[in-house]
Design a protein. Sequence first.
Length: 153
Amino acid sequence: MTSIIRARALLPTIRRLEFSSRSGDASRCAWSGEGHGTVSVSEEGNVLRFHEQGYFALTGQPKAIAFRNVYRWEIQEERVRLFHERRGQGAAVWLFDLIESSDGNGLVAAEAHLCGEDRYTANLAMTPEGFTLDWRIQGPRKDEAIAYRYFVQ
């Protein structure tokens, strides 16, 4: 079974997320912190949307802030396209296309997404509990690593 077929079966079952962000030495964002929340999934054919909501706390800050996101996963035969719909479906931002990794154990960004001078890449690995999606963002002012953990329960 290919990783895309396995991801297609897994995505509708996701219910919860946790993530951590870490700013590297070259970052000017100071965006290190931890988040957690819930995921409700809507599905239209091979398009799935993760409606995420929860809380994020910057490292060293006592108060968490609420967040909401909508990510659109488009399942295609040889790739999974990921979009961020923070401004609605009509203004979705393409993030990257994920393709089967060379070892067949997950998905990797087919190419980096460029946003201005920033470069976004990612890889997805399935786990017994759900899946991980690890992002890397690098640019003149950014040096960020974001580790998402999605869970079926």
